[in-house]
Design a protein around this ligand. Sequence first.
Ligand code: NAD
Ligand code: UD1
Length: 336
Amino acid sequence: MKILITGGAGYIGSHTCVELLNAGHELVVLDNLSNSKHAAIHRIRELAAGPLEFVKGDIRDTSLVSNLLSQQCQAVIHFAGLKAVGESTQIPADYYETNVSGTLSLARAMDATGVKTIVFSSSATVYGDPSTVPITEDFPLSATNPYGWSKLMVEQILSDLAQADPKLSVTLLRYFNPVGAHPSGRIGEDPNGIPNNLMPYISQVAIGKLPELSVFGNDYPTRDGTGIRDYIHVVDLSLGHLAALNAHHDQAGRYVYNLGTGHGVSVLEMRNAFAKASEREIPYRFAPRRPGDIAACWADPSLANGALNWRAERGLLDMVSDAWKWQSMNPQGYPD
Ligand code: NAD
Ligand code: UD1
């Protein structure tokens, strides 16, 4: 099937492109390269044979998107968006413009061209501060920052569209914490500037680009006092998109799934696993809690396990080994 991949040059999109090509799909990647590099497209092509057309452009350009969709696309996987929580509080209008207006533009283009299947990148951030763990899909939803609100708004918009159009298939995938890289070490996460998230930060300490890890909080009510998250290998996450497409392409309705492993890992456990796999020192010190952080968050992925016939199979060792392989083979990230 021919699929439009928005944001396909980015971290999760690039890994998903490889798995989709390996499964025999034909891809059109639309990305404005605002947070990615063209080199990622070359690397995808190197890792997987098969037809991939790359178009540099913006999802807010409805006529461009319509034009691409009208070339026999049958489905959309929608990764494109802005994703940094802290930045979203500084420039909220940009976040709503890209994430919310961008999705509306895409929805208009789908309507104009009769494309009826969309898979959307949502986030566990929509659960806010959950009262208990593990989290199931029917937990209350909330947001505390513009990024989180933008994800909730898009979930609502796509749900309303599915309600209004009896032929539309909308799948909302709520990712927990994506980490790791393709086992080849050729594609991976390439953050701009100093990373916000734990895994890229640890990787850059291990390679010597950053001096030490600040562990945000050691007084949480967790087994070692540090925050616990459900880290999921990006290849498992990518395969979740394939499973969602297989299950729901052209099956009208609105579907929502947690994509996680169902297991929590603490900051110190992650740091220790990475130090072991990389055989590098990862100095750290305890720092105050980061505002907005929660103590513990992990998924109940049983809905996706059953309905999508999918489960995360790669463990912590695979996550840290593959992240280290990517970091050590590409110390400066992708070439310009
Ligand atoms: P990413 O920044 O690596 O990829 C997003 C891609 O979208 C980038 O290549 C960027 O250039 C592109 N893009 C941004 N604005 C665009 C626009 N207006 N038009 C066209 N392309 C545009 O991010 P990622 O980590 O791969 O995340 C992909 C999606 O998953 C995002 O929607 C993100 O919010 C969501 N998500 C990510 C995480 C995570 O931890 N990485 C967790 C939950 C949800
Ligand atoms: C962050 C986002 C969340 C998004 C998710 C995607 C925030 C507040 N939340 O979640 O909206 O959906 O990424 O993966 O940014 N940590 C340190 N030191 C660091 C970095 C992180 O101790 O330098 C700790 C954090 O306190 C947390 C854990 O590591 O306990 C994971 O942090 P991070 O990778 O930023 O992810 P989340 O905060 O879960």
